[in-house]
Design a protein around this ligand. Structure first.
Ligand code: URA
Length: 240
């Protein structure tokens, strides 16, 4: 959450917050806070005000293995949503960081830390995502070069350079992995259409340094491990 929202929960007035900030009396893991809008998490960081630790609610983070057939939304009048996969007592205020299409599988980060989710999706932070892809045609080194240069969609939209790694290629079926840092609507499907093939299976395997474990079954979710919490901490520090 934002630092000022945390301090407001402690009944600290806006005026007082500004004074404390100016005097360097708000410490986040021992460093003077620079902005009241910076993103913090009491569960991962020690936040001290005039030498006293602030007690707040830690944020929650889950990695979900999204199966096909679920929409990435908190609510839908007709279709099952990814939150339907989460137990009732865990899902309050939870939302997914980014979207996967209904027919896409793979890694979704769920959190109640709104500003962090916003940060991870912001183009400024260039957060990498990797997808495993199966397509209905051949892939060639020319396609690798086209992805590296920046694919141009059929409607003229220009994408940033992306890395295409071909696992296998045959006339009617190829497998590959793509790493990119953008998140345009249906981006992967449109990128492959631009080189003349259709995506027939799509799975996100990596997001922002998190990896989908092979033993996390479809539809299951788990909390972050210690190493992954360090990744979140690094993002929080970048938000300074
Ligand atoms: N690109 C797509 O085309 N679909 C997804 O679900 C994610 C990325």
């Amino acid at each position: 959450m934002r630092l000022d929202h945390l301090l407001a929960e402690q009944n600290i007035s806006r005026k007082r917050m500004k004074q404390l900030l100016q005097r360097g009396q708000i410490l986040v893991d021992g460093r003077a806070a620079r902005r009241l809008s910076q993103n913090v998490d009491c569960g991962l960081q020690t936040i001290c005000l005039e030498g006293k630790a602030v007690q707040g609610q830690p944020h929650r983070y889950w990695i979900l293995h999204k199966p096909a057939g679920y929409v990435t939304a908190n609510r839908d009048t007709e279709k099952a949503t990814v939150l339907d996969l989460i137990e009732e007592d865990c899902k309050e205020q939870l939302y997914s960081v980014g979207r996967l299409d209904r027919d896409t599988e793979g890694l979704l980060l769920l959190t109640d830390n709104g500003p962090l989710g916003f940060q991870l999706l912001h183009p400024q932070y260039h957060v990498d995502k990797t997808y495993y892809v199966e397509v209905n045609g051949p892939l060639s080194p020319d396609d690798v070069a086209a992805f590296a240069k920046g694919i141009v969609f059929l409607d003229g939209t220009v994408c940033q350079p992306a890395q295409l790694m071909i696992h296998s290629s045959a006339p009617f079926f190829s497998r590959a992995a793509v790493t990119l840092s953008e998140g345009k609507f249906h981006q992967i499907k449109k990128m492959f259409l631009a080189v003349g093939v259709k995506v027939i299976y799509l799975k996100r395997t990596h997001f922002a340094g998190f990896r989908l474990d092979t033993d996390l079954a479809k539809g299951n979710y788990r909390p972050l491990n210690q190493e992954e919490f360090q990744t979140i901490k690094r993002f929080l520090e970048e938000s300074w």
